[in-house]
Design a protein around this ligand. Structure first.
Ligand code: HEC
Ligand code: HEC
Ligand code: HEC
Ligand code: HEC
Ligand code: HEC
Length: 408
């Protein structure tokens, strides 16, 4: 890994009064100001009213319950405060230009039906059923997201679905592919900086060659009924998009091993190796807020702590993630001001990364015990502080792997 100084976090001051009211004002101004920069996905039959997930529940009970608790259902700015605060800040900083650069992937329906006031329930449902299921194929590369939508049918993988009067159904090959998820799970900013590229990471991995799609790992399914009004089917896809805690397909994706290197009288050297053995893309993936870090602690013969690292003060050795810089070279930069990637220490699918810690032990007495944990975080500490976000869930550190060794 290249050596970089510790990031200098710049603090933002935010007025958090009447956020919502101002956001909608900014949003309205932005429509006029920035709509010219937006290429919407081509729409077939705009005269159809998009239906809310509330209407699907009566027939697709399980799927709707699963989706309701998912990150997709919670993507709207009022439900996901991390997104909401960043979106709002970016709107102010860019005079509304990011409205069309951020929101179409996170708040899908307002852009399809021009309901920016969110007067309909469906407009506040984030990444909702109707949007995902009216995608009929890829669209122009500059559309955000790059899809073509056909509102007449809900597309799925059933070739001969039982027809109902409530909606049209149609088979789609596209919905079975990773390219479908990749329409949203790949994003570059206006400067061409790839902010997130889960699709590209997957495409370059052995999983793409083996035909193991996003759906295979993230939408595990088994026999059942898609609808109370339909027959038993061999595969009903889970719509919870849960993390490893609730999706067994995702467990054990990373391993952590420790070994001791050459030592001197007052220092230990510890080498930690992180391997991505199970994720279909890098660890972590997604945008620069998502990080994986090592917390490592050395204790002496009596169990006293001799040394421990402070991950965010030692980005080079302790943090795996993406570090963005703006045109002045300041970092970490906001995604909408980034002009380059300063460092990318994410661990690619199937790859390993080694990192070395030099531990001062002074005159403490061995044998020493070195214990380390590999943890996943959704947002970096300075982001949580700047936006006043709750620690739960944004600062929770989820255990991915752990290891310990004794050094005599
Ligand atoms: C219309 C855009 C869109 C499409 C299509 C889409 N996603 Fe997402 N996805 C999002 C957004 C936006 C989020 C972030 C929601 C949030 O955290 O607020 C997300 C979140 C997720 C998460 C949760 C990540 C986390 O941190 O817990 C997973 C997993 C996921 N998507 C997988 C998929 C898969 C697999 C597909 C294809 C079947 C897919 N997505 C299709 C937009 C989309
Ligand atoms: C992020 C996009 C996304 C969202 C949101 C979403 N779905 Fe799906 N849905 C899919 C994908 C992809 C499949 C096919 C998965 C597979 O079989 O591999 C699917 C499958 C289905 C199926 C079964 C048909 C089939 O293809 O096997 C039904 C029914 C369905 N979804 C209904 C819903 C309902 C109702 C909601 C909202 C409560 C919803 N979906 C939300 C992407 C989505
Ligand atoms: C009146 C009941 C009813 C309602 C309401 C309903 N569906 Fe369906 N839907 C069905 C039935 C029945 C099937 C066929 C299932 C089968 O053949 O296994 C189906 C099939 C589907 C399919 C699969 C299409 C295919 O060819 O793979 C999708 C996607 C879907 N529905 C989405 C939705 C969404 C999204 C909503 C809400 C906006 C919704 N449905 C509301 C009854 C309903
Ligand atoms: C081989 C299985 C596999 C495939 C294929 C796969 N993933 Fe994942 N994905 C995982 C695992 C495992 C994790 C959780 C890793 C961890 O513990 O943090 C994950 C996590 C994620 C997350 C949350 C990441 C974060 O850091 O919060 C998103 C979003 C996601 N995947 C999207 C996708 C998309 C989109 C695709 C297809 C382009 C895809 N995945 C393909 C296994 C897979
Ligand atoms: C092409 C679609 C797309 C665009 C455009 C987009 N995003 Fe996202 N965003 C996603 C997806 C998909 C995820 C979930 C996976 C991940 O973390 O990358 C996500 C995740 C996020 C998250 C993390 C949410 C969480 O709780 O973990 C934030 C914050 C975010 N986006 C902010 C923004 C901002 C601000 C913009 C505009 C400057 C933007 N996004 C533009 C698709 C997009």
């Amino acid at each position: 890994m290249t050596t970089l100084p510790t990031p200098r976090y710049h603090r933002r001051t935010l007025t958090r009064t009447r956020l919502a009211a101002m956001a909608s004002l900014v949003a309205l101004l932005a429509v006029a100001d920035a709509a010219s920069g937006y290429t919407p996905p081509p729409l077939l039959h705009t005269d159809v009213n998009p239906q809310s997930a509330l209407t699907c529940r009566s027939c697709h009970v399980d799927i709707t319950t699963q989706w309701s608790a998912s990150a997709h259902a919670g993507a709207d700015q009022r439900k996901n405060l991390l997104f909401g605060q960043m979106y709002f800040t970016s709107l102010r900083a860019t005079r509304g230009a990011t409205m069309v650069k951020c929101a179409p992937c996170h708040e899908t329906i307002p852009f399809v039906s021009n309901d920016f006031e969110k007067l309909r329930d469906v407009s506040a449902e984030g990444v909702t059923c109707v949007y995902c299921h009216t995608v009929s194929g890829p669209g122009p590369e500059d559309a955000i997201p790059p899809f073509t939508l056909d509102l007449r049918y809900y597309h799925g993988t059933i070739r001969l679905p039982v027809q109902v009067k409530d909606h049209g159904s149609a088979y789609s090959d596209f919905i079975t592919k990773s390219d479908y998820c990749g329409g949203c799970h790949r994003y570059s900013n206006q400067n061409g900086v790839p902010i997130s590229d889960t699709f590209g990471e997957w495409k370059r991995s052995k999983y793409a060659k083996q035909g193991i799609t996003c759906q295979k790992c993230h939408m595990p399914g088994g026999p059942g009924r898609n609808s109370s009004m339909g027959p038993a089917r061999p595969r009903v896809a889970d719509h919870s998009f849960a993390g490893p805690d609730r999706n067994r397909e995702l467990q054990g994706a990373a391993t952590l091993t420790l070994r001791s290197g050459a030592r001197s009288p007052d220092t230990l050297r510890v080498v930690a190796q992180v391997s991505n053995v199970g994720a279909g893309h890098s660890i972590p993936t997604g945008n620069d807020q998502h990080v994986v870090l090592i917390r490592i602690r050395v204790t002496d013969v009596d169990g006293r702590i001799v040394w421990e690292n402070d991950p965010f003060q030692d980005w080079d050795h302790s943090v795996f993630g993406l570090l963005l810089a703006n045109e002045l070279g300041a970092y970490p930069a906001d995604t909408w001001t980034a002009v380059k990637i300063l460092s990318d220490t994410r661990v690619a699918a199937g790859a390993s990364s080694q990192t070395r810690f030099i531990v001062p032990v002074g005159d403490a007495k061995g044998p020493f015990r070195v214990a380390a944990q590999l943890l996943h975080r959704r947002a970096r500490p300075e982001t949580i502080a700047a936006y006043g976000l709750p620690e739960d869930p944004y600062g929770i550190e989820r255990l991915m792997a752990e290891a310990a060794i004794e050094i005599p």
